[in-house]
Design a protein around this ligand. Structure first.
Ligand code: FAD
Ligand code: SF4
Length: 348
């Protein structure tokens, strides 16, 4: 039985593990956190269908019950090397594992909003990130700095994305629709709260996103303002005052809000950056680089080393799962070709 190492038990790693295990491969799935799906655990509902995140977590985790999958949590992979025809995968305790192929699914982390000091994250309690709001929604505890239900919430798009100063010129792709999702969730829980979304331009690229955006305005009365917030400061009563420019009318404006939500972009995770570096497949912005974005998007410059999911670029769960399934097929083809080569060599 061929053995494949998968690094990272997020949606991509789990989906690929299940596909490979069902096709009679032995899978070693490594996860550095204590639990799988660390990036989904604090999410409430998922776009585009508002399904319960906990339901998706349970369903994905069930796939790991396959006898061909060995899950190693609390195991951070720190090095991966070619060892003859095989790969040697090494964890932080210096234990090594030999496998025939490696799939990197080390995913993303979010932009550190403290880097945008002018927006006050980590300084004022009323400034939070989309990750913080996700938890507040999940536990139905949406509160301002005084511990009270907010009367007004302002979202700011593109924090740490499409931003030369942060060094991230790319679009994070999922934060526009995440803001729409979270705005709708807030209005469902607190219909009397005013919700404003400040944007540069809204990117509703996926199936049902445009409909969600329309519904947020028509059914939930969410207001959209085309403009940039340049600064946030606290008022004496612990509200947040923002300075912005409405770029449609070309006028500066000020507004106070109980909560300012920074829609932080997706970056390559530390694991992605470190492993892409040692494997010499580090692409732009620290994401893992595929061989060819059209025809070989799961392959890398290293034979037998594959990549899938948001370690390559920002993507939502749908796209991540499809990408993991595609990587699994490519890995099976690769292992079959290796087997044929071996058989031919033995016959000669
Ligand atoms: C605020 C917010 C809300 C979102 N809401 C939605 C939504 O509603 N719907 C949707 O479709 N998407 C949503 N997303 C996006 C979603 O989280 C991602 O699409 C998905 O998690 C990507 O899965 P992945 O497997 O590629 O990476 P990840 O989920 O990042 O998983 C990677 C895993 O690899 C592990 N790892 C990293 N390095 C190592 C290492 N060296 N050794 C071992 N393990 C390692 C990590 O601990 C992690 O568990 C949201 C994202 C954010 C930020
Ligand atoms: S998805 Fe929207 S909020 Fe996120 S970076 Fe792109 S344009 Fe900005």
């Amino acid at each position: 039985m061929k053995r494949v190492a998968i690094i990272g038990a997020g949606p991509a790693g789990i989906e690929a593990a299940a596909v490979l295990a069902n096709r009679n491969m032995e899978v070693l799935l490594f996860e550095k956190s204590l639990n799988t799906l660390s990036n989904l655990l604090d999410k409430a509902y998922l776009f585009p269908d508002f399904s319960l995140a906990s339901d998706r977590v349970d369903k994905l985790n069930k796939k790991l019950l396959h006898p061909n999958i060995k899950l190693c949590c609390d195991t951070e992979i720190v090095d991966i090397k070619k060892d003859g025809d095989e790969w040697k995968v090494i964890d932080s305790k210096n234990t090594s594992y030999l496998t025939s192929a490696v799939l990197l699914t080390t995913g993303y982390s979010v932009f550190d909003a403290k880097r945008k000091e002018e927006l006050g994250y980590g300084i004022y309690n009323g400034v939070i990130t989309s990750v913080d709001l996700e938890k507040m929604i999940k536990y139905n505890q949406i509160e301002n700095a005084m511990g009270e239900p907010p009367k007004r919430i302002v979202f700011l798009q593109c924090v740490g994305s499409r931003d030369e100063k942060s060094g991230n010129n790319y679009c994070s792709k999922i934060c526009c629709v995440t803001a729409v999702k979270q705005a709708i969730e807030v209005k469902k829980l607190m219909p009397d709260t005013d919700v404003y979304i400040f944007y540069m331009d809204l990117r509703m690229w996926g199936q049902s996103f445009e409909e969600m955006y329309r519904e947020s305005q028509e059914k939930y009365d969410v207001s959209y303002v085309r403009g940039r917030i340049s600064e946030a400061a606290s008022t004496f009563d612990k509200k947040i005052q923002i300075k912005a420019e409405d770029t449609l009318v070309g006028l500066p404006m000020k507004m106070t809000t109980d909560l300012l939500v920074l829609m932080v972009g997706m970056e390559a995770s530390c694991g992605t950056k470190a492993l892409a570096d040692v494997l010499q497949i580090k692409g732009e912005y620290g994401f893992a680089q595929s061989l060819n974005c059209h025809l070989q998007d799961n392959e890398t410059t290293q034979q037998g080393l594959f990549i899938a999911g948001s370690c390559k670029r920002p993507m939502g769960i749908n796209e991540t799962l499809a990408d993991a399934r595609s990587a699994s097929v490519i890995i099976m083809d690769y292992l079959n070709a290796c087997q044929e080569n071996n058989d031919n060599r033995n016959q000669e």
